[in-house]
Write a new protein. Structure first.
Length: 270
């Protein structure tokens, strides 16, 4: 995994909070932090990039250096559509961090039409941060939403790594639809079992304490409730069963818009 964390900024309060979360992630990973602003050419403007964009990204980078003086911070203004710019950045990054609501070039980045292509095509995990998600205010466990899908299986490794870096407990949440399963019903197969998926990864992070929560309810209800006491929520980009259509329906919008902690979506890229 690359030793690079990229944060997309647009000058909004939400993106500055994302800068703080990205800086904290870079510290934990021992990574370089790259602050990127996507500058979309607006006709008839002749100067590309906009001179104001340089000041914007410089301010965000200065904020990153203020909250994390030990982190190496680089900055860039890249001409292009924000989603395409961030997708390109993901080729070399370990993590992309963005605010849940923005303005200007990244307005509504994660609540409008752009989250689906970003999460669907990013080559690295994507962290969504709301303005109220102040990094210093959050302790609690790392919560992994698991449904047995390939993407949620991929998310297991990241969740373990995050828990180890944060010295936090890992809580594995498996939501069971109440109209299909009764609480205590065993998973249908070993491939869908959270315990089976976790067992193969635990050896790499022996100091991480793991708790399994099998909860009756919809994925949205269960994961939003779990986020109340979590410092991070990790989910697969596309799910099945309890988390089907994570990036295409109300579950993704609810998590990104209403989760009480930052949300990381993970996509299997191989």
């Amino acid at each position: 995994m690359a030793d690079l964390v990229v944060v997309g900024v647009d000058g909004s309060a939400s993106s500055l909070t994302a800068v703080e979360a990205a800086a904290a992630s870079a510290v934990r990973r021992g990574a370089v932090l790259r602050v990127v602003h996507a500058d979309v050419p607006v006709k008839p403007r002749l100067v590309v990039p906009d001179p104001a964009s340089g000041a914007l990204v410089h301010e965000a980078a200065a904020h990153a250096r203020y909250v994390a003086p030990e982190v190496i911070v680089t900055e860039a203004v890249v001409t292009g559509d924000p989603v395409h710019v961030l997708e390109a950045e993901s080729q070399a990054a370990a993590l992309i961090v963005v605010g849940s609501r923005g303005k200007g070039n990244i307005a509504g980045l994660l609540l409008g039409s752009t989250p689906v292509p970003l999460a669907a095509h990013s080559r690295c995990p994507v962290m969504t941060v709301r303005e109220e998600h102040r990094p210093s205010d959050r302790a609690g466990p790392v919560v992994l939403g698991f449904d047995g899908s390939p993407d949620s299986d991929e998310a297991v490794g990241l969740a373990f790594a995050e828990a180890a870096q944060r010295r936090a407990q890992l809580v594995v949440v498996h939501a069971r639809q109440p109209d299909k399963d009764s609480p205590g019903t065993a998973p249908e197969s070993a491939e869908q079992s959270p315990a089976a998926a976790i067992a193969g990864r635990a050896g790499a992070c022996p100091d991480v304490t793991v708790r399994h929560d099998l909860v009756s309810g919809t994925a949205r209800e269960v994961l939003l409730e779990a986020s109340r006491t979590a410092q991070l929520l990790v989910v697969g980009a596309r799910g099945l069963g309890a988390i089907t259509g994570l990036l295409q329906g109300s579950v993704s919008q609810a998590l990104m818009a209403r989760a009480h902690c930052p949300v990381v979506t993970v996509r299997r890229t191989t």
